[in-house]
Design a protein around this ligand. Structure first.
Ligand code: NAD
Ligand code: ZN
Length: 360
């Protein structure tokens, strides 16, 4: 079992990582001072596998838990589904100290967190992330949101959980492609913050791919530490937090151009990271050898490095519509080496276009 402490202003909480966390979760619930009525939000894939077991643990901790199962998939991250959950919460008589638990991937975490942030102006929230992406990314940092028909994550809040528990034994049922998706973000943490962690991933490719226990705990804990360190220095995304966006500028364009179908998020980020490394090299900020290391690790971890079905013109236009673009200037997160990035908004158009052309 490993614990990562997240300190944010006055608030702080633990991320608990391990295999089989019954005792820790029960003890936490017993000592948390929650009201008895609780809601556990899960989805139609994860609920049937783990919902009952988790409900039993929470009830052993003294709660009365109602499991609410939403259809799996991004389309559940909507105001319409949120409204159904509010209705359930009111019907169940949840009060200001009633906890809401999120058991699932990032969709469940973002949606349940949004409900917890807004129902009665905020009730206790606990994350139980079950996908690798949710464990290393969406459950850390306190961003919660639902989508709008006109854009992803447009309606949301910053809202920190009381605790995060990750039982890695639940990942045995996670589809392979979802594992690779999470690995995309894990590689990112090495590139933006920690050269030694990047080297660790290079040296343990087989263990990383198979989620061998020790390697899984290490890479998830280290990823959470890095995200927590960045977020705690910049909770509301004014500066440093932007480095988490490494690879995402091009990724968002790729996701848009392929209709969010051909590549999932981590795959698009993988391609975008090679693109950002390439731009960095073209600007003389890093060596070609660094680009080669990034590309090679991404390939060895079964992630793509080129985007089929995209054109340079369309991608170039898209990057100006990204949420992170301010006053028409694209803020690129670029590499100064492995383990170190910086933001630049002065990248010439021909350099961006050349890097995009190399990725399609
Ligand atoms: P997801 O929640 O859709 O989960 C992926 C798939 O895996 C789903 O079908 C889910 O049912 C299934 N699944 C999850 N855990 C499983 C398990 N243990 N066994 C079997 N199946 C399992 O998607 P995701 O990739 O986890 O998260 C993506 C979402 O996260 C997006 O909505 C994205 O916007 C959001 N996100 C949020 C943040 C943030 O900071 N809040 C950061 C990154 C991503
Ligand atoms: Zn991402």
């Amino acid at each position: 079992m490993r614990k990562v402490r997240v300190a944010l202003g006055e608030e702080s909480y633990d991320i608990v990582i391990g295999y089989g966390l019954e005792q820790d979760l029960r003890a936490f619930v017993q000592g948390a001072g929650f009201s008895r009525q609780a809601m556990l939000v899960t989805d139609s894939n994860v609920g049937p596998l783990y919902g009952e077991n988790v409900r039993a643990i929470l009830e052993a901790g003294g709660l009365s838990v109602t499991v609410v199962t939403i259809p799996a998939g991004e389309s559940s991250k909507s105001l319409a589904v949120a409204e159904k959950l509010y209705t359930r919460a009111i019907e169940l008589g949840l009060d200001r100290k009633s906890p809401i638990f999120a058991l699932g991937g990032g969709v469940v975490g973002d949606l349940a967190g949004f409900i917890a942030a807004t129902y009665m102006r905020g009730v206790p929230f606990v994350q139980l992330p079950t996908s690798l992406l949710a464990q290393v990314d969406s459950s850390v940092g306190g961003k919660v949101a639902v989508n709008h028909a006109l854009g992803k994550n447009l309606i949301g809040a910053f809202y920190q959980p009381k605790a995060v528990f990750m039982d890695l034994s639940m990942m045995k049922t996670l589809p392979k492609r979802e594992i690779y998706t999470g690995l995309g973000e894990i590689i990112k943490y090495g590139i933006i913050y920690d050269a030694a962690f990047f080297a660790y991933l290079e040296q343990h490719v087989q263990d990383v791919l198979s989620l061998e226990q020790e390697a899984a705990v290490h890479m998830i804990a280290r990823s959470c530490e890095i995200k927590a360190a960045v977020v705690s220095q910049d909770e509301k995304e004014r500066g440093l937090r932007r480095i988490l966006n490494f690879g995402h500028t091009m990724a968002h364009a790729i996701e848009k151009e392929t209709g969010y179908l051909r590549y999932n998020h981590g795959e698009a980020v993988a391609i975008g990271m090679v693109g950002a490394a390439d731009i960095s090299a073209r600007l003389g900020m890093i060596e070609e050898a660094d680009v080669a290391r990034v590309t090679s690790l991404i390939e060895r971890l079964h992630l793509p490095t080129v985007a089929e079905g995209c054109t340079v013109d369309a991608m170039y236009k898209d990057i100006f519509h990204d949420k992170k673009t301010i006053n028409g200037k694209v803020n690129w997160v670029l590499m100064e080496g492995i383990g170190k990035v910086t933001c630049r908004n002065d990248v010439p158009e021909d350099v961006v276009r050349a890097a995009m052309a190399a990725r399609i």
